[in-house]
Design a protein around this ligand. Sequence first.
Ligand code: COI
Length: 356
Amino acid sequence: MKLEIFPIEADKKKPKPDWNQLGFGKHFSDHFFIMKYDQSQGWHHPKIEAYRPLTLDPAAIVLHYAQEIFEGLKAYKCQNGAIHLFRAKENLMRMNRSAKRLCMPEIDIDFVHSALKELILIDQEWIPTTSGSSLYIRPTMIGTEPTIGVKASSEFIFYIIVGPAGSYYAEGFSPIRIFVSDQFVRAVRGGVGEAKTGANYAASLLAGQEAKKAGYSQVLWLDAIEQKYVEEVGTTNIFFQFENELVTSPLTGTILPGITRDSVAKLAQNWGMKYVERRISMEEVTEGANSGQLKEVFGSGTAAVISPVSELHYKGKTYKIGNGKTGPVAQKFYDELVGIQYGKKPDPFGWIERIN
Ligand code: COI
């Protein structure tokens, strides 16, 4: 496949937003990458062209049966002008695992990875430079065959959009408050919980709205069978720092295998911390919060990076975590990850790739 690039004319470029007021997911650059798939040609006609609306048949399968997968990764502009990607191929590999689960065609990881680098370079002036900001990258695949019989699509579009982003939460790196859902569930074993598919997020919206109404930023999901064990937060995996161990839920098929989660695990092990993947019951969490054995709680994700948690609301009771401030463990992971991503700290794991 040969990538065709159609740069837009200089006078068609959009004005840039204020880098200090970015928020998350609101602004998109001047170009995007797109390619199509059908059964006779496979993936074909890969292009980088002007960012534009898609044209879809109203019967397109994605609009009816949610045959969609996506990824989230970031490009960072360093002080010396270097542009970095962080573990990008792992996002593309995860996308192929999601594709399998959703009966969608795999992408050629090396090809898409080089197309992504071209896209970032062509839109590099969209990479913000304010502290903590980055270019958020959203690869997406949708089933486009026009038929409303329930089946896997035979036609697909894969595209990548990018846009400048600040912190995911309005709180920034300040601790967030979390509502533990004991009414709704996100994913069941054997379902699509570990795939990065829009349907998982659609299923989470009602609980998210109710949490917001009650004054909480996010929902913490429990296992769907006993509603007893911690799974993940709406947009992040979750870690618990007890007196002498750092714990996160194991990958049992219902939670997203986060790349930031894996980075936290590798850093923790490298630092000689006691790091354990095991089931964590809400009973253990609430007892730990009450006794003071539970020192810190924090989420990990591409969009949110490390997000400290100050409070959990569960079955009508509020549990304060530590002193309600960002703890030293969350701070250390945040500093290390951000330091590696922006080229301020050594990268012993080879996670960074300079693309310019
Ligand atoms: C990410 O962290 O990149 C995600 O995809 C989570 C969310 C914004 C859906």
